[in-house]
Structure formats: structure tokens, C-alpha cells
Design a protein. Structure first.
Length: 513
């Protein structure tokens, strides 16, 4: 009986997927880098939902700390007013990018402040927090004490000597436990080279983490519950958002539903905080560790990272206004290979748009609908006896469905997209080879089958692309009157009239210099 119960429970657990993005600093408006991680989370969430999984997708804003305080001061606003003013820039952009997050968290919300203070008290009561006078090099831009080696590397700006009494978290106590966990759970940190980077970092003795800031120096943060003169270090505060968002300490049922089936997505810049600070905090709190931490690469402009401080940011809104939301989502998801950096250029954007979306996908719709219009008065024809070539396309569609499920489980969105585009290209090739415009002159029944097969392959490709280009893929399904969205072959209904339509993705013509 116990075994059956366990089996049923495990089965039910399998379908719970909790996906998070970093919570972004509200020191400026969001750029393509922020949009990328959020779209990635959204695409993964949508693929999982299509597979029938239960998904909780959390994103939000990191509103405390020095960076935000400084940004507010520069604008002559109170910190809260500054955050309230900038927060809609993020939420409005997510709406425009058709992000379907389950919840949106802001660290200045009461629900979060309570969780942070409870967590601090718990860690303190466990004997893992102590006060100490510390003198060392402090990087104002990084908001933390840095080591002598870090200072000498020259990689840190605004470094000054600082002597201060602070509260420290005994991170070092959990060093070996963390190393063991990483070694015992090969999927915990992905991709592999990032895992090795973290293990390399853990070869050095781990110091303890300074988790407070004296109010007289930096007051914009959550007050330490056992010392009114201090606020919480922004990272200790921010990381806890991942458990606040699913009801930690408030709604046990909800928390247990989603934790620890979580995938934390981020770029490689915040690998250490997520792979070292966060797990050791969780150890101290007695909470199991997240299932997966995945760090993707950076969007670069030329050879440098796109970032506010370098002043080389691309505004996603400009791109969306010019080329449409689906084109932006498609480019970002298709262009970045899992775990590697990618270069953002308008040229590569236009090239990918024209070749994949206009030429391959958009053109397939045009051809299919034009041929059905001409030969079958716009009515989706019946599928007759299928021959070898038809079966081959059917089998390819099936294989692509399977490959997508596999790729999404290992977060390889670009592999999933390429697989669908291969189906699209093979369908275009199938049409060229089968030439239904010629066949229709002698054998209308065979022409009907060819067009049914090609249209069905197009419908399946559209279903497969729904998570990536939700609006345009839905448009295709509407044109085909495909109400339900199974990706199973044969679901296309014959006898219905195709809706008239414009070009799905009009080619972008670039003037030659
Ligand atoms: N507030 C912290 C995160 C706390 S999470 C508990 C923070 N915020 S941030 O605004 O700087 O966002 C960093 C994240 O934004 C990166 O990890 C990545 O997800 C995304 N990106 C920002 N710039 C990026 C690129 N140039 N390229 C790819 N992603 C980038 O760090």
C-alpha cells in the first residue's frame, strides 16, 4: 500500500514545474538581456504546459540595496517612489512580450519582508549568525567586501578600506556539505562548465558572508529583526524571493507543491550568489536545495556585455515596435545556443527573420493556402491513401514532437526550435518534389492528399511553435480553423474553408549601401 502511495505521489510530483528568473534591479529600465531570461522562462513554461505539466512561473524585482538607493537619489526621489515609478516599465514590457508569469514579486512587499525577517531569525536561532568587527576592502559598486586577490585583480571599481561591525552568516560551515551535494547531483548546476567553475571556486576556503549593512551608511533594506541599527544585505534578501513567491511560512500546502521542483534561470554573472550563497542559506534554514540552477551566457554587443553601466543597451520595446513581438521572441530564443554567449546585431536579427520566419514558415503558409485556394476553392481537402513520401513527413513530425519534449527537459530551447524549422523546411521540399500544382491536372485525389499532408505538417509546426511565437502561431491555427491544438498527426479537419490572410511575416527589405 505504502509503495502504491509513493508511486502515485511521485507520479503527481513529476508534473510540477517551478521556473524562476532573477529578480531584476530597478535601477533602470529593462533591456534585451533581462528580456532574454524572462522570455526563456516563459517559453519553457509554455512548452511544459503544452505537455500537460503544472507550472508556476515567478519573476519580479529586486528593490533594495545600494544600487537602487543611488538611482533614487540621482532622481531626487524617495526609494519607494523610485521603485513604484520604475516597476511598471518591467510589468508593461512583460505584457508586451506576452509573458505569462504566475506571480510577480517585489522585494518591498510585506509578504517578502516577513519571510526575510523570519528567515534571519531562524538562521540566528540556529547559531549561524554572529557579530564581528571587520576591516577590509569594500567595493561600492559590488556592494560587498572583496578579498585581497580580488582587489589586486583590478576588476572592481570604487574600492575603499572599511572597518565596520556587522552581522555574518556562517557560510563556511556548509562548504563541504555543498561540495558533496554538487558532486552527488550532477544536474544541480548546469551547464557542466559552470558546475566546474563553482567546484573550482569551492576549492578555496569559503569565508563567512557579511549579511548586514549599518543603517548610518546604507538604510534602504529590510531591518535585521535582532538589531534595529542594521538592514539586510541585498543578496540575502533577494534570494529569498524564490520561497516567498510560493508561500513559504504562510501557505505550507502551496510551498510543498512547488518546492524543490524548481529551475532557477539566470546569466553567468550571478552564478556564485545562486550556487554558493543560496544553497548554504537553505542548508541553514533546513530547506532542501533547488533541483536545478541554470546559468546561460551573455548577450554581447561586439565583444562586450550589454549593460547599463556600459551604456550599450538595446531597448526591447524599439525592436517589438519595429518588427513585432513574435520576431523578437523567436530571434532571442533561436540565436543563443544554450550556455554560450551570443552577439546581438540588427543584421543577424534581420537575417534570421527573413530566412526562418518569412522564407520558411511564412512562405509555407502562403504556398499551402494559395494551392488549396486554387485547386480546392479554399476548402481543406480530404486525405486519401498515403504513399511513402507522405508517411516520411508524418514520421518526421512525430520525431520532432518527441525531440521537443526531450530538448525542453534539458532546457535546449534552440534545439526544439531548430527541429520544428527542419519540419517546415522538409515540408517546403516535399511540396516542391510532389508538385501538387502539376498533379492536380491529372489526379485530383492525389493532389488532395499531398495538400492535406503539407497542411497537416504546417499545422503541427504551428502547434510546436506556439510557446515561442504565440500570436503568429495562433494566427496560422486560426487560418486553418484548428481549434484544438494536439500535435498528433491527423487532427487537421478536412472540409473547412481556410480563412483569408496577409503575409504572416513580411520580408524585411534592407537597402543596400
Ligand atoms: N538583482 C540581481 C538578481 C537577484 S536574483 C535573486 C541582479 N539583477 S540584474 O538586474 O542585474 O539582472 C541580472 C540578470 O539579468 C542576469 O543574470 C540575466 O538573467 C539578465 N541579464 C542582464 N544582462 C544580460 C546580458 N547582457 N545578457 C544576458 N542576460 C543578461 O543581478
Amino acid at each position: 500500500m505504502e509503495r502504491v502511495r509513493k508511486y502515485i505521489l511521485e507520479k503527481a510530483m513529476k508534473n510540477k514545474i517551478y521556473i524562476t528568473t532573477p529578480i531584476y534591479y530597478v535601477n533602470d529600465k529593462p533591456h534585451i538581456g533581462h528580456a532574454y531570461t524572462t522570455i526563456l522562462a516563459d517559453v519553457l513554461a509554455r512548452y511544459h504546459k503544452a505537455e500537460g505539466d503544472n507550472v508556476f512561473f515567478l519573476t519580479g524585482l529586486d528593490e533594495h540595496g545600494q544600487k537602487v538607493q543611488q538611482a533614487a537619489q540621482e532622481r531626487n526621489l524617495s526609494e519607494q517612489a523610485h521603485c513604484d515609478d520604475l516597476a511598471p516599465r518591467f510589468t508593461q514590457l512583460w505584457e508586451k512580450l506576452e509573458i505569462q508569469n504566475t506571480d510577480f514579486i517585489r522585494t518591498t512587499e510585506n509578504r517578502h519582508i516577513k519571510v526575510v525577517q523570519n528567515a534571519l531569525q531562524k538562521v540566528y536561532d540556529a547559531g549561524d549568525i554572529y557579530a564581528d568587527e571587520y576591516e577590509g576592502w569594500y567595493s561600492v559598486s559590488e556592494e560587498r567586501f572583496i578579498t585581497k586577490t580580488e582587489k589586486e585583480s583590478g576588476a572592481f571599481r570604487d574600492v575603499k578600506k572599511l572597518k565596520e561591525r556587522n552581522w555574518f552568516f556562517k557560510m563556511s560551515k556548509y562548504q563541504q556539505k555543498l561540495i558533496d551535494h554538487i558532486n552527488d547531483n550532477p544536474d544541480f548546476i548546469q551547464p557542466e562548465h559552470r558546475k566546474n567553475e563553482v567546484l573550482g571556486f569551492l576549492k578555496q576556503p569559503l569565508g563567512d558572508l557579511c549579511i548586514s549593512r549599518p543603517k548610518e551608511r546604507m538604510s534602504w533594506g529590510i531591518e535585521i529583526p535582532f538589531d534595529k541599527d542594521y538592514v539586510t544585505y541585498v543578496w540575502f534578501d533577494a534570494l529569498l524571493n524564490y520561497i516567498t513567491g510560493i508561500g513559504y511560512g504562510v501557505d505550507d500546502e502551496k510551498f510543498k507543491t512547488w518546492w524543490p521542483h524548481v529551475t532557477h534561470l539566470m546569466a553567468k554573472d550571478i552564478l556564485t550568489t545562486h550556487c554558493v550563497y543560496w544553497p548554504t542559506m537553505l542548508f541553514s534554514l533546513g530547506i532542501s536545495l533547488p533541483k536545478k540552477i541554470f546559468a546561460h551566457g551573455w548577450w554581447l554587443i561586439g565583444k562586450t556585455k550589454m549593460s547599463k553601466s556600459l551604456g550599450n543597451i538595446v531597448d526591447p520595446l524599439d525592436l517589438v515596435d519595429q518588427y513585432g513581438v513574435d520576431a523578437v521572441r523567436y530571434y532571442l530564443m533561436g540565436e543563443m545556443v544554450l550556455g554560450q554567449d551570443a552577439n546581438f546585431t540588427v543584421e543577424s536579427f534581420i537575417k534570421r527573420y527573413n530566412s526562418d520566419l518569412a522564407n520558411d514558415f511564412g512562405n509555407l503558409l502562403n504556398r499551402v493556402s494559395g494551392l488549396i485556394q486554387k485547386n480546392f476553392s479554399g476548402i481543406v481537402p480530404e486525405c486519401g491513401q498515403m504513399v511513402k513520401e507522405d508517411e516520411e513527413l508524418k514520421q518526421l513530425a512525430k520525431r520532432v514532437n518527441e525531440l521537443i519534449i526531450k530538448s525542453i527537459r534539458s532546457l535546449e530551447v534552440h534545439t526544439a526550435i531548430y527541429a520544428t524549422m527542419e519540419l517546415v523546411r522538409m515540408t517546403n521540399l516535399y511540396l516542391e518534389r510532389q508538385a501538387p500544382w502539376k498533379v492536380a491536372k491529372q489526379d485530383l485525389e492525389r493532389a488532395a492528399t499531398i495538400l492535406y499532408v503539407a497542411t497537416e505538417a504546417l499545422r503541427i509546426a504551428a502547434v510546436q511553435l506556439l510557446p515561442v511565437i504565440p500570436s503568429k502561431a495562433q494566427e496560422v491555427l486560426d487560418i486553418l480553423s484548428a481549434k484544438e491544438t494536439p500535435s498528433k498527426w491527423g487532427s487537421l479537419v478536412s472540409g473547412v474553408a481556410l480563412k483569408t490572410h496577409e503575409a504572416l511575416f513580411p520580408r524585411i527589405e534592407v537597402e543596400k549601401e
